[in-house]
Design a protein around this ligand. Structure first.
Ligand SMILES: [Zn+2]
Length: 65
């Protein structure tokens, strides 16, 4: 499964990190296909039932290397 989000919605979503950077949706080939990943800090946020959970508490930290 890949993230299926409205492109306009994705456009207005931003990471809660201090940079408020845009998020990119995972692709089917992505190991984090069901996540939105910040283009700045690299945190990945889960999408549950089509609803992005943009909480730092829920974020998956980027793996080193
Ligand atoms: Zn971020």
């Amino acid at each position: 499964m890949a993230v299926q989000l409205d492109a306009q919605l994705l456009e207005i979503l931003a990471c809660p990190c201090p940079e408020h950077a845009p998020l990119k949706a995972g692709t089917a080939a992505d190991p984090r296909a069901d996540y939105l990943t910040c283009t700045s800090c690299g945190r990945s946020f889960p999408v549950r039932d089509g609803i992005p959970v943009l909480l730092l508490d829920e974020a998956v930290e980027p793996t080193a290397g």
